[in-house]
Write a protein that binds this ligand. Structure first.
Ligand SMILES: NC(=O)c1ccc[n+]([C@@H]2O[C@H](COP(=O)([O-])OP(=O)(O)OC[C@H]3O[C@@H](n4cnc5c(N)ncnc54)[C@H](OP(=O)(O)O)[C@@H]3O)[C@@H](O)[C@H]2O)c1
Length: 253
């Protein structure tokens, strides 16, 4: 059983978001699954209901902040209070800086950064008057240090990490919990597009169990797998820039 009664998850039409919805629903949470591909959401809702869970689908493009605020306020009202909101929607981008096009970079910023922040602020607005609730952002280990070809993606995840850490400082005294999920490589539509080696790859189901266990345990930072997270967190982050440049250039996609 879970302590979360009502959750809204963005980017739940595939990958990690879908697996989080299934895992939360399996533990008894009523989940609102949001994304742009409604056909995929409806299949997911059907699957959850057939297994005895409760779920609703909601078409949402997180790059439209107003739509995000409307969605969160709507479902908070309809369900009588959301106690968990997960800003998971994201898009990947890999390409060296000389090939970057503004259209692609701005899309990554709008979804991964602006969209996630709109989701978190919308959740804060509905939860703050009650003085309880959990706000979750799915960032990435890729936000911990630069990697060749990952400028836009890593920047959005680094920015999201700092935003989440600050949210926690500000909102924890007011009763809200804030969680930053930093996965390594997880098999999904996003990573299926990569043609480089992705060490210690996890399956989405495994990822979802780790995330929900961590949230249930009240962790504010959930990071895995340790084989990637620990070296990045405790070694790479403190290496001087010239040393990291030498090491990271070996990971060129
Ligand atoms: N897979 C990994 O290795 C990995 C590692 C670390 C962090 N992450 C993060 O985990 C999150 C989920 O990624 P994933 O691996 O599960 O990839 P995925 O299978 O491609 O899922 C991405 C989800 O985001 C949704 N999305 C994209 N643009 C959107 C928009 N404008 N509005 C609403 N939803 C949108 C997609 O749904 P629609 O297309 O239907 O809108 C989809 O449901 C992302 O934030 C990603 O950066 C992934």
């Amino acid at each position: 059983m879970t302590s979360f009664k009502h959750a809204l998850i963005t980017g739940a039409s595939s990958g990690i978001g879908q697996a989080l919805a299934l895992e939360l629903a399996r533990r008894g949470t009523r989940v609102v699954v949001a994304a742009r591909r409604v056909d995929r959401l409806e299949i997911l809702v059907e699957r959850i209901r057939e297994a005895g869970g409760l779920a609703e689908a909601w078409e949402l493009d997180v790059s439209d902040p107003q739509a995000v605020f409307v969605a969160v306020a709507h479902w908070d009202r309809v369900l009588g209070g959301l106690d968990l909101v997960i800003a998971n929607a994201g898009v990947g981008s890999v390409g060296p800086a000389h090939e970057l096009r503004w259209e692609d970079v701005s899309r990554v910023l709008e979804v991964n950064f602006t969209g996630a922040i709109a989701t978190l602020l919308a959740a804060k607005d509905v939860m703050l008057p009650r003085g309880r609730g959990t706000l979750v952002g799915v960032s990435s280990l890729a936000g911990l240090r630069s990697l060749p070809g990952s400028g836009a993606y890593s920047a959005t995840k680094a920015g999201l990490q700092v935003f989440l850490e600050t949210l926690e400082l500000d909102l924890r005294p007011l009763g809200l919990k804030v969680v930053d999920i930093q996965p390594g490589f997880v098999r999904s539509e996003m990573t299926d597009r990569n043609d480089f080696h992705m060490p210690f790859m996890l399956e989405v189901e495994d990822c979802a169990v780790r995330c929900v266990d961590g949230m249930e345990a009240g962790k504010s930072l959930i990071h895995f797998p340790w084989q990637l997270s620990w070296p990045l967190r405790y070694v790479a982050r403190v290496l001087p820039r010239p040393v990291w440049r030498l090491i990271s250039s070996r990971f060129r996609p």
